[in-house]
Design a protein around this ligand. Structure first.
Ligand code: NAD
Length: 512
């Protein structure tokens, strides 16, 4: 198998020299047919050029799908436990390279080192989990209704899978898709987000160094419409998995539906954290800060609405704002920084435009709201942690996904009121409630209509072995993580073995 692996043209490590990264197709590093490239710059300091990537098009996608199709013919026949061993070895390689890959990620994405270490760790966790699945991939064996007949269902790979990923968890999200897909025997073509391609290359580098045969994973870098759409449209791609905005989800879902492809959509969120009068406020404030401003609010599960009962509203707001003002904003490579920049100029503009929306809607801006662009901030996309209070649940800042460090605090009268506000939104990814009342906690677990609910914790903190995804405009019913991903990346085949030596007609040959 060693001869099937590739050698990277440059070490994707901590080097600060500019790296030209080619597409990875059929185990080879190749230029895009366009001859064009695009730059990946550090959002904390745009003078820092992290890498140069291929500006690919439809023809690059076709070549990658062809390679994946050829590889599938062999890969599907490799026993799943053997496929899983490669993934297990990749986990160990990722552990060795964790610090380098975290630094690469902070440079390309901006989030602080503690968080990018967590992102690489999530890929490690996903690798160990999916490696274990290689020895399971369970299907049911059930009694047949006929004598001398054996009945079971087995999981089969689907074929070539296309993946399109966002920039906010650049290694974790790629790992959630690629690792279950290959353990199940599929081959892949992935398009990482154009703002953060390097982390996907780093993940695939680890897999390749662990012995992944050529063509099993192919990476085509580039932009959404030029690379993502052709992946979804390609007739030889049998399953497509997108994590991104609900707007792009509608496009990909529509394309996939036309050719009956499996399609998994993990989309936006506007996640509520409820704080009841009996909550441990210290815990709620600590959790709220982390939920709202971790990853600069750029998480699909970010706490973007805080629904606070009137008895503790004033104290909660005062203490939250006091803490938010003390958060240190800066370059995530500095270990003392709490919050990094927005991912790019467009996202920063969106964040700042929602500050204006909030003001014009009559919400009270009590913290932040401004761009930071002086001194050390001059070359990055920084803004202050921002808190609005007296937010009405129907305001745009309480309904629309901002995807930045802007949180709205909504007062509420009662537990029932809080649940209604929490659910009164088009998204349904994550939710949380702070209370010491076990009855209310259990009622919330039942009544919050989201894919994930936390009790006495903020809306973030998913673990790889549980289903991840949401309701309503957050997705189309599939789940990543855990067994949900195995379900998505396999096709059920029911098998009947008749050893009676005669024709037995199901539903017809009965003795009643
Ligand atoms: P995005 O939708 O702009 O882009 C996501 C990916 O889709 C990128 O790779 C992009 O290049 C590609 N794309 C864009 N337009 C396309 C098109 N027309 N055809 C095909 N591909 C296209 O999202 P983003 O800005 O990268 O990420 C932020 C969004 O992702 C937020 O809405 C966030 O909530 C969501 N997200 C969801 C989850 C989840 O699991 N539910 C996790 C992380 C992020």
């Amino acid at each position: 198998m060693a001869t099937d692996t590739f050698t990277a043209p440059a070490t994707l490590g901590t080097s600060t020299e500019t790296r030209v990264v080619k597409n990875f197709v059929d185990g080879e590093w190749v230029d895009s047919v366009t001859g064009e490239t695009f730059e990946n710059r550090n959002p904390a300091d745009t003078r820092d050029l992290v890498g140069i990537f291929q500006h690919s098009n439809k023809d690059d996608v076709s070549a990658a799908v062809d390679a994946a199709k050829r590889a599938f013919a062999k890969w599907r026949l490799v026993p799943a436990p053997r496929r899983a061993e490669i993934v297990f070895r990749a986990a160990e390689i990722l552990i060795e390279r964790k610090e380098d890959y975290a630094r690469d990620m902070t440079r390309e994405m901006g989030k602080v080192l503690a968080e990018t270490r967590g992102d690489v760790q999530e890929a490690i966790d996903a690798a160990y989990y999916n490696a274990g699945e290689g020895r399971r991939l369970f299907g049911p064996t059930v009694p047949s209704e006929m004598p001398n007949k054996f009945a079971m269902a087995v999981r089969q790979p689907i074929g070539v899978c296309g993946m399109i990923t966002p920039w906010n968890f650049p290694m974790a999200i790629s790992s959630w898709k690629l690792l279950p897909a290959i353990v199940c025997g599929n081959t892949c073509v992935i398009k990482p987000a154009q703002d953060t391609p390097l982390s996907t290359f780093n993940l695939v580098r680890a897999l390749s160094d662990a012995g992944l045969p050529k063509g099993v994973i192919n990476i085509v870098a580039g932009y959404g419409a030029e690379v993502g759409t052709p992946i979804a449209e390609h007739p030889d791609v049998r399953a497509v998995s997108l994590t991104g905005s609900s707007a792009v989800g509608r496009i990909i879902g529509g394309i996939a539906a036309k050719s009956f492809k499996h399609c998994s959509l993990e989309l936006g969120g506007k996640n509520p954290m409820i704080v009841l009068d009996d909550a441990n406020l210290d815990l709620a404030i600590e959790g709220g800060l982390w939920g709202a401003f971790g990853t600069t609010g750029q998480r699909c599960t970010a706490t973007s609405r805080m629904i606070v009962q009137k008895g503790v509203y004033r104290e909660f707001v005062e203490r939250l704002v006091d803490r938010a003002k003390k958060l240190k904003v800066g370059n995530g490579l500095d270990e003392t920084v709490h919050m990094g920049p927005a991912i790019n100029a467009r996202q920063l503009e969106t964040d700042l435009s929602y500050v204006e929306v909030g003001k014009s809607e009559g919400a009270k801006l009590v913290c932040g709201g401004n761009r930071l662009d002086k001194g050390d901030y001059a070359h990055g996309y920084f803004m202050e942690p921002t808190v609005f209070t007296d937010v009405d649940p129907k305001m745009r800042i309480a309904q629309e996904e901002i995807f930045g460090p802007v949180v709205g605090v909504i007062p509420c009268d009662s537990f029932e009121d809080a649940i209604e506000i929490a659910n009164g939104i088009e998204y349904g990814l994550s939710s949380s409630i702070y209370t010491k009342d076990v009855n209310r906690a259990f009622t919330a677990m039942r009544d919050l209509y989201t894919g994930i609910t936390y009790i006495n914790a903020p809306t973030i903190g998913a673990e790889v072995h549980l289903p991840f995804g949401g309701t309503k405009a957050t997705g189309n019913g599939h789940r990543e993580g855990g067994i949900g991903a195995i379900d998505f990346y396999t096709e059920w085949k029911s098998v009947y073995v008749d050893y009676s030596d005669k024709l037995q007609k199901a539903q017809i040959d009965r003795e009643d």
